[in-house]
Design a protein around this ligand. Structure first.
Ligand SMILES: [Zn+2]
Ligand SMILES: [Zn+2]
Length: 108
């Protein structure tokens, strides 16, 4: 998400709340929503189905079925990423030559 501070725009991760320092890799979703690599690393491992429908700030979808796995950071449980956005971000980080991380897809 973005906020204005001292006349400048500060970008922070929607999930862990960390401000972007222009070094930390981040992926932008819709409407300025952002997920950082640290969150994404957790999300690809921890995403799981849970109770109830939810909405995702990255793709701005509402009423996402409970069966689609989701992930949220313990410090911001109201910001929930859907699995499709997690996978999309994982692919983007995976392909980025500046990011020292490779996505190892879970074998089912
Ligand atoms: Zn984060
Ligand atoms: Zn999503």
């Amino acid at each position: 998400m973005q906020r204005t501070e001292d006349g400048g725009i500060v970008i922070s991760c929607d999930f862990c709340g960390t401000d972007w320092d222009e070094v930390r890799p981040m992926i932008e979703g819709h409407h300025g929503s952002v997920i950082c690599l640290d969150c994404l690393k957790l999300a690809v491992v921890q995403a799981a189905p849970a109770e109830g429908k939810y909405s995702c700030p990255l793709c701005l979808r509402d009423n996402i079925p409970a069966t689609l796995p989701r992930w949220s950071h313990p410090s911001h449980p109201n910001a929930i990423a859907c699995e499709e956005c997690i996978h999309q971000a994982a692919r983007a980080f995976h392909k980025d030559p500046d990011v020292d991380w490779k996505w190892e897809r879970k074998k089912k």
